[in-house]
Design a protein around this ligand. Sequence first.
Ligand code: ADP
Ligand code: MG
Length: 286
Amino acid sequence: MTTHEHPRAGLRVVGGGLPLLQVDNVSLEYRTPDRVVRATHRVSFDVHAADRFVLLGPSGCGKSTLLKAVAGFVPPAEGEIRLDGQRVRAPGPDRIVVFQEFDQLPPWKTVRQNVMFPLQRARGLSRAEASDTAMHFLDKVGLAGFADAYPHTLSGGMKQRVAIARALAMRPKVLLMDEPFAALDALTRRRMQEELLALWEDASFTLLFVTHSIEEALVVGSRILLLSPHPGRVRAELNSHQFSLASQGSAEFQHAAQRIHRTLFEEPEQAAPAATPQSRRATHTH
Ligand code: ADP
Ligand code: MG
């Protein structure tokens, strides 16, 4: 398979326009001693290089489980996940997850050591190289001045910036984020959304972002997959690159948010029927 550099520096595009990430008819299950819980049912979507692809749906629709499957922690019960055309079978440094929790940074390491650790461990960088790369990405998230601080001295927003710097420094093919800003206060959350978009413009990466907030999905995403729960199924897929924080108050934005709300929460009989073979794949709305 041939690959070449995307015009946006650092992004690899697979020859022939193959999507970077393909989630193909994926059902995911949890097996407990007495029963099997189906978390997602035949979910399909494609993520292209430089997409900001959002999984949106209410609690329990399988967003976190889908992210874990893409990360390689949960094997599909049916279907297949492919990255650059290769079947995902295990976790790897080409897929890094940023979680909601503030305690994802080992507290005994400084900010810089936290970012350096996976670069030395999983990427095999020397101490000096890892330190330079860590400082480069800490600078990008505005934390170069806190390189020698310990995580417990930082605010929640600053800890999330460190987690994002650590993830981006690894140069993953896909950055996976599971409700990364959900535990932040409203103003910090807004600022983090803004910073994430600025980072995407600057460092150009491919993002798979999970949220249950319709507004956050519209602001952060370039494409949105709508999922309904129990088990998680695809309801629709739509474009959202036209929206930003600046357009949040506009009539068009409100209209899009209401349409998504209706699609997610109307009874299946009134919206697209979920169980007929023709409607199993995403309904494309624009
Ligand atoms: P979301 O992130 O969209 O809220 P999850 O992916 O966490 O949804 O969960 C999807 C479904 O799988 C839910 O019904 C949840 O109860 C179930 N589930 C999640 N984790 C486990 C687990 N470890 N064991 C059994 N069931 C689970
Ligand atoms: Mg979740």
